[in-house]
Design a protein around this ligand. Structure first.
Ligand SMILES: [Zn+2]
Length: 176
């Protein structure tokens, strides 16, 4: 397992809007990691990925009326991580699990193809880093969004892939 630090682009760097009001803090390390896909356009360079992340934030805040972009982090096929709500704030990504899980979204639509190697490596590095930093429980459970909600997310191909990753468990049982 690689221990390389993921390259995290801060909110300031991608020009995030401030949350509509203060976000609630998560209690203790996250017991779950949920993987999502954006189900839209993909990006392989930083400028394009920043546009996508800004688009997610605008959509979540303006259309959904959420306090901020819903995810904790967003991963692009440019190999960068984009800080969304970050490690400690409760997200709005996986109904009923936002208080106990970190939500990570990969930019793109992964029903018919896999995220590239750069995005896959970055995703794994981010989880590993989160465990090392004490933000994710070492015994965390990895799930796809569809495991706990009626959604196609994170796309058929990506969903198939994560089932081979360590810590993956299907179903809605709570292990926390
Ligand atoms: Zn999702």
């Amino acid at each position: 397992m690689s221990t390389a630090c993921p390259n995290i682009i801060s909110r300031e760097e991608w020009g995030a809007r401030d949350p509509a009001k203060a976000l609630e803090d998560m209690q203790g390390p996250a017991q779950y990691v949920f993987i999502h896909h954006g189900a839209g356009v993909s990006c392989t360079d930083k400028q394009d990925c920043i546009q996508q992340v800004q688009g997610y934030q605008n959509y979540h805040m303006d259309d959904h009326k959420w306090l901020d972009i819903g995810y904790n982090f967003v991963v692009g096929e440019d190999g960068n991580v984009y800080e969304a709500r970050g490690w400690t704030a409760v997200g709005a990504h996986t109904q009923k699990y936002n208080h106990v899980g970190i939500g990570i979204c990969v930019i793109g639509d992964f029903n018919r193809r896999l995220p590239n190697e750069a995005a896959q490596d970055t995703f794994r590095q981010l989880i590993q880093y989160g465990v090392e930093q004490g933000h994710i429980s070492p015994g965390y459970t990895l799930k796809g969004h569809r495991d706990v909600g009626s959604t196609e997310c994170p796309g058929n191909q990506l969903y198939k892939l994560i089932q081979s990753w360590p810590h993956y468990k299907s179903g809605t049982q709570r292990y926390a």
